[in-house]
Every structure is written in C-alpha cells, then in structure tokens.
Design a protein around this ligand. Structure first.
Ligand SMILES: [Zn+2]
Length: 189
C-alpha cells in the first residue's frame, strides 16, 4: 500500500465509514479514495472485496458517497431529504445484487455477483444508508461538532450525546484546542 495515500477512517457503520472517505469537508478536504485502487482497498477492509474498479465506477462511488452525506446531513438536521440524493441512493441500491450469506460461525457476509462486483458493493452501502436514514436501526444520526468536519455519523451511545464523528481525530483535536486555550489563559493571568 503506497504511503502517500491517507489512511481510512473506519467506523462500525458501513454507510458513515464510507462518507468518511472524504474528511474535513468544511476545511481542507482530505480525499481518502483518490484512485480506483484505493476504493478497492477500502471495499476490501469493509468486507466487500472486488477484483477491479474502473474510473467510471470510482465516480459512481463518490457520487453515492456525496448523496449519502447530503441525505444523512438533512436527516440529522430534521430537514427534508434532497430529492437528487435520494434518487442516487435508490439507483445504487436497486442496481446492486449482493446476497447476504451466513458463515458456519454465524456471521453475516456479503456475496457479490461476479459480473458487477462494484455495483453490488455500492448497493450494499446504499442499503445500509437507507436503513440508518429511515431510522430503522438503534441509534441517531448526528453531525460532528468540529467546525471543519461536520461529518454525519451514527450515534449508538446509550445517551445519544456523542459530539464527534471520531474520538481519535476530531474529538482529540477539540480537547487539545481547549487545553491550549486554557493554558494560554493561565499564562496571561
Ligand atoms: Zn469529525
């Protein structure tokens, strides 16, 4: 894996892990799937391994990603879902033909068809997004409190009061900023 590409931000929810392949959306954007190969890598670590990916398929993936981000943001803000985003999510969901299969150990795996594995993978991601936006799953869509991030994430904490999309990045940075501000105040006093 070439070192010049940024790492993935993987969470426990497929759809929002996918939208987190573009971070710092309100600041200096970081594209974490800049090439078809990086999308292949991301799909592999997300349980959706594909053999190949074209530039056109990468474009479709990014279009789906932005549609999920737009719809999830609207849902988190309790606003009407953008029609164009809903259309993209539905199109990708309809075109996917992945099948859920049960392993002998009792885990769910996705079996992608051989002809259109990227389309199948995108279908799985779209369906995951539908289930969280539709409010079917236990959790709440929220927006990251970091002003340069504002990523939509799925809060499954018991109190539903999670503030950051990722504790290790946005959460930590916020804590450090607060700490530094306090230090500055102390030295002034
Ligand atoms: Zn964030």
């Amino acid at each position: 894996m070439p070192a010049e590409f940024p790492d993935f931000r993987l969470g426990s929810v497929l759809a929002t892990s996918f939208t987190a392949t573009l971070t710092e959306r309100q600041g200096d954007r970081v594209e974490r799937i800049p090439t078809p190969q990086r999308l292949i890598d991301w799909l592999a670590v997300s349980g959706l391994a594909v053999e190949s990916c074209s530039t056109a398929q990468l474009e479709l993936a990014r279009e789906l990603r932005e549609a999920i981000h737009a719809a999830a943001t609207a849902a988190a803000n309790r606003e009407a879902l953008p029609a164009s985003a809903v259309r993209v999510i539905n199109d990708r969901s309809i075109h996917g033909r992945a099948a859920a299969v049960l392993t002998p150990e009792g885990n769910r795996r996705w079996r992608l068809s051989s002809a259109s594995r990227v389309a199948d993978a995108l279908g799985v991601i779209a369906a995951d997004a539908i289930s969280i936006i539709a409010g079917e799953r236990d959790g709440k869509l929220a927006l990251c409190a970091s002003p340069t991030c504002r990523a939509a994430f799925f809060d499954t904490s018991q109190s539903r009061t999670r503030k950051w999309c990722d504790m290790n990045t946005c959460g930590n940075r916020q804590k450090k900023a607060r700490f530094n501000a306090n230090q500055r105040k102390k030295t002034k006093d």
